[in-house]
Design a protein around this ligand. Structure first.
Ligand SMILES: NC(=O)c1ccc[n+]([C@@H]2O[C@H](COP(=O)([O-])OP(=O)(O)OC[C@H]3O[C@@H](n4cnc5c(N)ncnc54)[C@H](OP(=O)(O)O)[C@@H]3O)[C@@H](O)[C@H]2O)c1
Length: 338
């Protein structure tokens, strides 16, 4: 397996990272341990979590995923695993997280409180990559970057990253860091898949010029690119649960991922995968990790069979011809996730 550096950091990670956001909700602890063991034995050294996981985030379950990951981490030599976690972003935006009474902000108090909670649940004395889960448009970025910098200098955190951020947000934060002598964001986690290529419109320029790595999340569009969804049936899966969830925000997420355009595109990607003799899931993961600005693609799995189809992409390189066929699907059905 080819390992890659995240940004200009010393973190050398597998091209596939096992995301853990369903551990403790869609996936029980025993299965989670089996999946993490299997991934580790296959050469995966990178695991991503967050203080608000599992999904969908709820007050009664928040923190469980980090506890599961922390317990598992104890079974492995600490330095053989690269652990990423995230501090919940500002409550002033699209989502009020069920932590710290829904008053979160990217200020000193919340970042310091969050990191202590994550270290405790992860049962470790350092986090390899500490990420802002989503940005804050109220608190000045000078304050946020100063606090993040202190975490690195104190040894609690090795490197910093951001998520769900814009080109403006990353650039401004990293310019502040550069001129203040602070540590910068080495990575960005954004949604990026065959069904959502928005990242290629603008963010790509930032990543290439500034050597900030993309860690794409939902590369299988949360399971849609496996081909199991259609408009009539209700297969077992995240978006069937989300479609019937009481919260409007969660129902909207199901509609964004499973709609007439995403399903029509998926059918075409399934045909490409069939020609290659690989699973559609494998095609989706291989595609997302094949960009020069991607360090590692963040997959999710709730069973060994699912994990295997994603891991099959680890050493797979798609030919130029296949990439062109994928682009042709996109050109025909533009931005299926909106
Ligand atoms: N920063 C952020 O805001 C953010 C947001 C989202 C995710 N993430 C990170 O990215 C990670 C991965 O996200 P994701 O889970 O959305 O990634 P994904 O790889 O696009 O989707 C994974 C999901 O697809 C389904 N699946 C996987 N393999 C399958 C297969 N072979 N056949 C059929 N269904 C299959 C499973 O869900 P079902 O079994 O339920 O169908 C699985 O949980 C997360 O764990 C988290 O670490 C970060």
């Amino acid at each position: 397996m080819e390992y890659r550096y995240i940004g200009r950091s010393g973190l050398r990670v597998s091209p596939i990272c096992l995301g853990t956001m369903t551990f403790g909700s869609f996936c029980d602890k025993k299965t989670a341990f089996t999946l993490m063991d299997h991934a580790y034995e296959a050469g995966i050294n990178f695991f991503d979590t967050a203080e608000v996981y599992p999904v969908p985030p709820q007050a009664k379950t928040v923190g469980i995923t980090e506890e599961i990951v922390g317990e598992w981490l104890k079974t492995k030599p600490r330095d053989s695993v690269i652990v990423a976690t995230k501090v919940a972003g500002a409550a002033s935006g699209w989502f009020v997280p069920p932590v710290r009474y829904g008053l979160t902000a990217m200020d000193r108090h919340h970042i310091m409180t969050a990191v202590e909670g994550s270290l405790r649940r992860l049962k470790t004395d350092y986090i390899d990559l500490y990420q802002m889960h989503w940005p804050d448009t109220v608190v000045p970025k000078e304050e946020t970057m100063e606090v993040f910098d202190e975490l690195v200098r104190s040894g609690k955190v090795r490197y910093l990253g951001t998520s769900n951020d814009t080109a403006y947000g990353v650039t401004k934060s990293n310019i502040i860091a550069e001129y203040s002598g602070y540590k910068r964001f080495e990575s960005i986690q954004n949604n990026f898949s065959l069904l959502n290529r928005r990242f290629l419109d603008e963010m790509v320029q930032l990543c290439r010029t500034e050597k900030v790595s993309l860690l794409p999340y939902s590369p299988m569009a949360g399971g849609v690119l496996s081909g199991k969804y259609n408009l009539e049936a209700e297969p077992q899966g995240r978006f069937t649960t989300y479609k019937n969830h009481p919260e409007n925000r969660v129902q909207l997420m199901a509609k964004r991922f499973v709609n007439e355009k995403t399903l029509r595109s998926t059918e075409q990607y399934m045909a490409i995968a069939k020609e290659l003799g690989i699973a559609p899931a494998t095609l989706a993961i291989a595609w997302s990790k094949q960009f020069d600005f991607v360090a590692s693609t963040l997959i999710g799995a709730n069973s060994l069979a699912q994990l295997e189809e994603s891991l099959a992409a680890a050493d797979l390189t798609l030919s130029e011809e296949v990439l062109q066929k994928c682009t042709a699907v996109h050109n025909q059905i533009l931005y299926p996730m909106g």
